[in-house]
Design a protein. Sequence first.
Length: 275
Amino acid sequence: MVGAFPDHSPAIGALDLSRRSGSSAEYLAPRPFPVWAFARYFRGLFRKHFASARWGALEDTAEWDRTVPTLFVSNHTSWWDGFFSFLLTRELGLTCHVLMEAVNLNRYPAFKTIGTLPVRRDSLKGSWEDLMSAGHALRPGVGMWVYPQGERRPAAEVPARLERGAALLAVRHDGPLRICPVAFRYPFMSEQLPEALALVGRSWLHDGGGDRKTLTERISGALRETVAALDARLSTEALDGFRILVPGKLSINKRMDRVRHSLGLLRGSFEARNG
């Protein structure tokens, strides 16, 4: 998963920046059967490896105008982020596209069938061409994910010095675009397995144009704010308002309790979660 256009890239002034991304290029939508199959597979992975996968939001996502494409920007701390992004996008009623480093996507080409888009990071020209191509997928009903840290980073690291690929997509987009920060965490809490948690931050509408550097700074601040908001909830394990995206496995003691309840060896109602 990538952010593209790192701050240390050479200047791009020599490239033709005059053409905005539009709808003229061929758009390859995710294929329905692979989307269904991968969604089923990803949900099975989360059920197996997590006590639950949950998500919350700092605003009412039901009020979003789905005719406006959404550009999600997220921290990137885990192998699970792309799978979580895919399932969360579907939960939000959007078609998912994820930017992924081209060399890795070439190793797993099946991901292309569900909307994963390549970005080359080994050349400025290649990055530019791939981002311009990805920009054509920003259309009504789409949620596109960029991980602007550029690579997986330690969970404790504050998202800073983000790459500018997300900002480039936004400033080159014709028409309104929703930009939405999302924070991911995978903490152990009261259960045998960890939780997978996502917090959708406060979004805003960007109407194209502007300066990449200024917009990157705004994205960076919004992402840090969202990560901090999720961490504040985790500090007290306050997950009120988080909705279950995928229910996971019961802890061993709870599976034993369920058997005892079924045999009449324990009184009262069965509680699926540890206190």
